[in-house]
Write a new protein. Structure first.
Lengths: 285, 306
């Protein structure tokens, strides 16, 4: 059994820019992978390669298919929300359901209707008449009604208020996700999805900086809050990153045993956002 | 495959409502003009003379007169159809990029080939068929209102119109004309689709520029007019009308109808389908259309939409 997504030495170049630079990774079935990186890091390019929207060098296989060359077959088992605003604005909801029903072999109209019943969205409305939050609800309902093995979300909640964002992720977990399905998600609002991820991948300047399961993070990474002499002592353990908070130092360590830091200050596991900053900034330093 | 293609064609009709709206607007204008005309004629009692005149015509002349009335009604539809087709083709692959919905369209299991094919079929087939239906409806409505007028004035509409009008002949000619015209002009349609696939702004301007500028440059630098002739001939010389001076045909006076009727000419008989299909320029045009469409598919597939 091979991985759901398998990338070996994948690169994508635009002119002189290596947007994705020799990247290798695997994503297994039933995982929720957070793909995190600063703007222009190559996240979207990598997702596009996975979705078969762009060609790339190296070998990339998604569900055992070559995404660029077998895009039609791939799209029967994969779905994506690129951003909230991509549903055609002129389409009526019932037209959208009719269309999906005709072209998508794995779309269940009943399921979509059931999901939409829970919302205020009217069949006769056009997408342009809906609020941004409702368009997202609609898109997620459509996607959830597709029996797909892989769901790719690229900044799915950008521009939405906190209530819709919470609801979106709640519905994603309750209605869509199960052990047969896999999700890849990118977002800037890492804090909001941190506890639903099973895996996390950091990408910077087209390269993977970190590829780990969320369970493995506490074993490898530790954050120490210390001041004065203790901070100086802790510095000997080669922190990957240091920052100051309220006059105290926060040091992030990789592969340092927690017991050796004991007594130097408050020890905790860094959250994903802090770890990301540590890895990206630490690399640059 | 078939189901997908039908859904894609349906999508085009949802998105581009002008495919219906334009012919219906032309129909409304035509009907209003015709009805007000009939009312005025009715008032000055010319219709009575018309009825008398028509009643005294030989049957074949009456048929020819009705036939040319029906053809005359469709001229404005055909002009409107071509304008509609130009704007449709220029918008077909441009609108979905402008509103970013292409990201949604590409997230479903439909190939770029199938999508571009649906747009080409809409321009070549769906628009002509919709136009045909509206033309027939308009003709029937005009004849129906004439029927009421004639009946009101004691004429026999059954004799003067319904048994006299060569419906099948006229409709066969109309549908052939509506289908062959876009085929003849298909290199332009292909070019417009290609422009709408690659340009990021003003598709109309970008599409028109080479059509206007290339012949000018050719004249300027090579002092030849191959391109001007190719574009011009393509627009004017339609081989379906070979052997018929089509302009003169449109200008027929009522007197000459008798001559046409004598010769037992049917409108359908005026169309030279044989020499149309045998014209190498037709097939060359279809090849050019195919090449531009292939280019449009390539651009839609390979360009990066971000």
């Amino acid at each position: 059994m091979t991985s759901l997504v398998s990338a070996r030495n994948v690169s994508k170049t635009f002119g002189n820019l290596r947007a994705v630079d020799d990247v290798s990774f695997d994503i297994e079935k039933g995982r929720i992978m957070g793909l995190i990186g600063p703007n222009g890091a190559g996240k979207t390019t990598l997702l596009k390669a996975v979705l078969g929207l762009t060609d790339c060098e190296g070998s990339l296989s998604v569900l055992g298919l070559d995404p660029f060359r077998q895009r039609r077959e791939l799209m029967q088992n994969i779905c994506f929300i690129a951003d909230v605003a991509v549903l055609p604005r002129w389409i009526k909801i019932h037209q959208l359901l009719d269309f999906m029903d005709s072209v998508h072999p794995n779309f269940s109209r009943e399921r979509a209707e059931d999901l939409l019943k829970k919302t205020d969205i009217q069949r006769q409305s056009k997408v342009r008449e809906l609020s941004k939050g409702m368009v997202t609800q609609l898109h997620l309902s459509i996607i959830t009604a597709i029996d797909a093995k892989l769901l790719v979300l690229d900044e799915p909640t950008i521009g939405l208020d906190i209530i819709f964002r919470k609801e979106f992720y709640g519905n994603l977990l309750n209605d869509y996700f199960d052990e047969e399905r896999t999700i890849i998600i990118t977002t800037h609002q890492v804090e909001e999805i941190e506890n639903l991820l099973t895996d996390v991948m950091f990408i910077n300047h087209g390269k993977i900086v970190l590829d780990a399961t969320m369970d493995a993070i506490p074993d490898t990474y530790v954050e120490l809050l210390a001041s004065g002499e203790n901070a100086a002592k802790a510095s000997q353990f080669n922190p990957i990153y240091e920052r100051e908070v309220f006059g105290k130092k926060v040091l992030t360590f990789e592969g340092v045993d927690r017991t050796s830091l004991a007594g130097l200050g408050e020890i905790r596991t860094p959250d994903v956002a802090d770890l990301f900053v540590a890895k990206v900034k630490g690399e640059a330093a | 495959m078939m189901r997908t293609q039908l859904a894609l064609l349906q999508r085009e009709l949802w998105e581009h409502r002008s495919v219906f709206v334009v012919p219906v607007v032309v129909a409304v204008i035509t009907l209003l003009t015709s009805w007000t005309g009939q009312v005025t004629i009715g008032e000055i009692e010319h219709l009575d003379m018309g009825i008398v005149g028509a009643s005294n015509m030989p049957e074949n002349v009456r048929a020819a007169a009705l036939s040319f009335t029906m053809v005359g009604l469709s001229v404005s539809f055909i002009i409107a159809m071509w304008i509609l087709t130009i704007f449709y083709a220029l918008d077909a692959l441009y609108a979905e990029r402008k509103d970013r919905s292409i990201l949604f369209w590409r997230s479903i299991p439909v190939t770029d080939f199938e999508t571009v094919l649906s747009k080409l079929l809409t321009a070549l087939l769906v628009i002509p068929l919709v136009t045909f239906v509206v033309i027939v409806a308009t003709q029937l409505l005009v004849l129906l209102s004439l029927t009421v007028q004639i009946d009101f004035r004691g004429g026999s509409p059954l004799e003067l119109i319904w048994s006299a009008a060569p419906f099948l002949d006229t409709w066969a000619a109309t549908i052939v004309l509506l289908i062959t015209l876009p085929l003849w002009l298909s290199p332009f349609i292909g070019w417009f689709l290609f422009v709408s696939a690659f340009t990021n702004r003003s598709p109309l301007l970008i599409a028109a520029m080479p059509i206007v500028l290339l012949p000018m440059f050719e004249k300027l630098f090579f002092d030849s007019a191959i391109m001007a002739e190719a574009f011009f001939v393509r627009s004017i010389k339609f081989p379906l009308f070979t052997g018929v001076d089509n302009m003169a045909l449109l200008m027929q006076e009522t007197d000459d109808l008798a001559a046409l009727a004598e010769a037992e000419l049917s409108v359908f008989g005026l169309l030279d389908l044989g020499s149309f299909l045998a014209s190498p320029q037709l097939w060359l045009g279809i090849v050019v259309c195919g090449l531009f469409s292939a280019a449009a598919i390539y651009v839609r597939r390979y360009r990066d939409e971000s």
